[in-house]
Design a protein around this ligand. Structure first.
Ligand code: ADP
Ligand code: MG
Length: 616
């Protein structure tokens, strides 16, 4: 709580500054500019830092906010508040349109796309007659709030910083809500998130529009503070500068937006003061200095300066240790899906095939998983097990063949649509959000079990549903034995624990069928036993499980039914006791029949049969 008091103290100082008559006017002006750019940079924190979508074009959205109010209030004598609404609507529409076109571009094309529309809008401002061409529009009235004119810098300061703090509050609320967890998965876990039902394309557009709206708000304030607008502050170089502020401040952190704005604006000012005197010229050197600084930053502080500042902060004022935090309070359980009757076919795979060019990775494989069964899919490395998994879960399209899940064909559906129908999965290569807490990673698995919109999340109107999600995540984590690690960063767990965490996340989706790709890989003996216990309990509870596994002993003891693959083809199928005597299977696994080989399914675990090669 000490932590919080310091924050409140800082906010009180921020509010009190303009009220103290001795505060220099220059400070107020600087802080106003810092507040205005903080709004834009905050949008970039969400868009670029968290969402991984780089935009050089934010300055153009600032321009839309500024020009809309300039034009509407000077030409029509309209209210600036109505102009703000018009600007926001216009920005949202344009951002939606631009986002729909550019966000589909990947890699370098997205930043290039943002440069293109940033430039187009800039030239548009400078060439439209009614926007005053390159001279812009002047004579804009100052804002008035409750009869108080915001013409003095000290007055508009209050409005600017109120809006900055509100935006920081809303953005950090958003980030710790259901939609926020989905947004945090965009950068490094989009495919994983899709398989829990997250519509990543929609969330990309949402954060793009969100960032554009913050930029527009900043432009509206700017126009009424400056009382005049012209195209130059909305050009590409300012777009780059905003991005620079986000990178320096710490692109993934809401407070990094303010830190970056403070540092860059102060620094720019100092450079403009000092360098001309030093070098005896008046040229603009700050861009060169910024460029050098950026290179240094990328070398030594890739995540920006906020993590360093917050680390110091935690040391000075104390932050709560993850391990000492209490679990989330009890909350009403989330709704449950209707489960099938034991023995009913849940998944029917019918002659499914996948070709990668000339390679037949999955060669007309058929099998059925029934409710309450654990079916094992085994085979040496490269046999096509993971590919089969990806066909079933909709990550890859099948070349041909049919997949029926709960009585309906799913082979043409996307991973997201299949997830909706009740398929939960883990990944052979663990896919967690390493810098997100364990409990939040699991809560992402329950994404489809409740609905919280972006506005609800941002305004913190989601408390009841958020509590349900976190409670559910805690319940699943306890169930798999990770109840002590709720608030640990997922990336800090051992690999074995991360695999178990993935199972909890899949369970949080309340699946009908659980697909586990090598869950026991990297687990120690004791951990494997615990995992087997959990899977057995799940089966007793009626869960159907399809398990890919390398550890034969683990599979033999756990499964009801086995499907053996080799080179994409089904080699054998049956109960474990028969499979382990099957000559073709032994041939594939050991490259020859070993007469001494006799596996006792109840013997203590030892690696009796291993597939050739290590897991990959
Ligand atoms: P397993 O999980 O049984 O070890 P996989 O399903 O990963 O096997 O791979 C089966 C075969 O398909 C391998 O020969 C692998 O190299 C190939 N393969 C897998 N994914 C792809 C891909 N995306 N493109 C081309 N070949 C692939
Ligand atoms: Mg595999």
């Amino acid at each position: 709580m000490k932590n919080r008091n310091v924050l409140i103290g800082l906010i009180v100082i921020l509010v009190a500054l303009p009220l103290i008559p001795v505060t220099p006017e220059f400070w107020i002006t600087q802080l106003n500019y810092i507040g205005l750019s903080s709004l834009v940079v905050l949008g970039l924190v969400l868009l670029t830092g968290v969402g991984g979508l780089t935009s050089f074009g934010q300055a153009a959205f600032v321009g839309i906010g500024a020009y809309t109010t300039a034009w509407f209030t000077t030409q029509y004598g309209g209210s600036p508040w109505i102009a703000l609404v018009i600007g926001l609507v216009l920005t949202a529409a344009l951002a939606f349109f631009l986002g729909a076109i550019t966000l589909r571009l990947s890699g370098h094309y997205l930043p290039l796309g943002t440069i293109a529309w940033g430039l187009s809008l800039y030239y548009l401002f400078g060439n439209i007659e009614f926007l005053g061409k390159h001279d812009g529009i002047s004579g804009i009235e100052p804002l008035t709030v409750f009869g108080i004119s915001l013409a003095p810098g000290r007055n508009i300061y209050m409005l600017i910083w109120l809006l900055v703090l509100l935006s920081v509050w809303a953005t950090s609320n958003l980030l710790s809500s259901r939609p926020g967890r989905a947004i945090r998965a965009l950068k490094s876990g989009a495919a994983m998130a899709e398989s829990f039902g997250v519509n990543t394309a929609a969330y990309k557009i949402i954060i793009f529009v969100y960032a554009a709206l913050l930029a527009c708000l900043s432009g509206w304030l700017y126009a009424h503070m400056q009382r005049a607008v012209s195209p130059s502050p909305f050009g590409l170089n300012h777009g780059i500068e905003y991005l620079f502020m986000a990178v320096v401040g710490g692109a993934g952190h809401v407070w990094g937006a303010i830190l970056g704005s403070v540092l860059i604006i102060t620094l720019r000012d100092q450079i403009q003061n000092v360098l001309p005197k030093l070098l005896n010229t008046t040229a603009n050197f700050e861009l060169i200095v910024f460029g050098v600084l950026l290179v240094i930053m990328l070398q030594y502080a890739r995540d920006g300066l906020w993590p360093i500042v917050s680390g110091l902060w935690a040391r000075l004022f104390g932050a709560t240790q993850a391990r000492n935090r209490a679990p989330p309070p009890e909350a009403p359980a989330l709704p449950l899906r209707a489960q099938p009757q034991a023995g009913d076919p849940v998944l029917v795979v019918d002659a499914i095939r996948k070709e990668f060019g000339g390679l037949v990775a999955v060669n007309d494989i058929s099998f059925t998983v029934r409710a309450g069964e654990i079916v094992g899919l085994i085979g040496p490395n490269g046999a096509g097990k993971s590919t089969t998994f990806n066909l079933i879960s909709g990550v890859l399209p099948a070349t041909r063949g049919g997949i029926t899940f709960m009585g309906a064909r799913t082979d043409k559906l996307t991973a997201r649509e299949i997830a909706k129908r009740g398929m939960g999965r883990t990944f052979q290569h663990v896919q967690l959000l390493g810098n997100m807490s364990v409990i939040e990673n699991v809560a992402l698995g329950a994404h489809l079990r409740t609905h919280v919109g972006v506005v609800q999340g941002a305004l913190h109107l989601d408390r009841a549903r958020e509590a349900q999600l976190l409670h559910e995540a805690a319940v699943q984590l306890k169930r798999v034995g990770l109840g002590e690690y709720l608030y640990e960063q997922a990336g800090n767990l051992a690999l074995g624990q991360q695999r178990i965490l993935e199972i909890a996340r899949a369970l949080a989706a309340d699946p009908i069928l659980l697909l586990l790709d090598e869950p026991a890989a990297g687990l120690r003996y004791k951990e494997k036993q615990d995992l087997a216990k959990v899977l057995n309990q799940l089966r007793e509870g009626g869960m159907s499980i399809l398990l890919v596994e390398h550890d034969m002993d683990f599979v033999m003891r756990l499964t009801n039914h086995l499907v053996v693959m080799d080179f994409g083809t089904k080699l054998a199928e049956g109960i474990p006791a028969d499979i382990q005597k099957n000559p073709a299977v032994l041939e594939a696994y050991l490259g020859g029949i070993d007469d001494d080989l006799d596996i006792d399914p109840l013997a203590p675990a030892q690696q009796v049969v291993t597939a050739h090669g290590a897991s990959r």
